[in-house]
Design a protein around this ligand. Structure first.
Ligand code: CA
Length: 245
């Protein structure tokens, strides 16, 4: 059973879909417009969104882009447009899977199960202990050590570090951190994040002169990575040296 949000403007399809999904034990809410769907996706935090692409107020792909800026909720696109282009674009915009209309409820249910299984797998991976350099983060026990020594963190500092650790090596945008760690989907103050980052750095024993695990990538976001990765990134960011063979 999952909590689902159906965004579909065609009332007949919407009603049939809601009934079919409820019959299969899901809790289902629905929206008939893109903006209503976006609001509900943020407010209700469903496990999965079934999204029609042809909506009256906004194109479903546009909604998908807006949704992806604030949420990682799995999305299955349900579309009558069997042209490859819109499906590819929807997948590029962050859809997890798609079904082409008309589809049978069993088919959608199978896709929903598969997408939720993948999402659960990703969440499990996120719960694994992560080691980056001398830093170890264990999300299950909420324990953090540096070179074997325990580090005391506030709950928010831990959440921030665990979120970055689960994505170690990749740059996470400030907007994503504010949405996912602070639950501020429409963005909050960068200041909040910057302050927590500086506290976190201090507790991890980092300073500007020592190699830093918590790397700020200017204008992009933050990355937790081994110091070597920072050097590489900085080198890569340099314009190519001229006259070098
Ligand atoms: Ca439609």
């Amino acid at each position: 059973m999952a909590q689902l949000l159906v965004v579909e403007d065609d009332e007949r399809i919407r009603t049939a879909l809601i009934r079919a999904l409820r019959d299969r034990g899901h809790v289902v809410s629905s929206a008939g417009t893109a903006l209503d769907g976006l609001r509900q996706a943020v407010d209700e935090r469903p496990d999965l969104v079934v999204l029609d692409l042809g909506l009256p107020d906004l194109d479903g792909r546009e909604l998908l882009r807006m949704l992806r800026a604030v949420s990682a909720v799995p999305v299955i696109v349900a579309t009558a447009r069997d042209d490859e282009g819109s499906v590819v674009q929807a997948l590029d915009n962050g859809a997890d899977d798609y079904v082409l209309k008309p589809f049978r409820a069993e088919q959608l249910e199978a896709r929903i199960r598969a997408v939720l299984r993948r999402a659960a797998g990703a969440a499990d991976a996120g719960a694994a202990t992560v080691s980056v350099g001398t830093l170890t983060v264990d999300p299950r026990s909420r324990r953090v050590t540096v070179a074997g020594r325990p580090v005391e963190l506030s709950p928010k500092e831990f959440d921030l570090l665990a979120y970055l650790a689960a994505r170690a090596g990749t740059v996470v945008s400030k907007r994503e951190l504010l949405a996912e760690v602070w639950q501020l989907p429409y963005g909050g103050s960068d200041k909040t994040l910057d302050v927590h980052l500086s506290w976190l750095r201090r507790k991890l024993g980092e300073s500007g002169t020592e190699p830093r695990l918590l790397q700020t990538v200017r204008g992009v976001g933050v990355r937790l990575a081994e110091p070597d990765a920072e050097t590489d990134a900085e080198t890569a960011a340099q314009p190519p040296a001229d006259a070098e063979p």
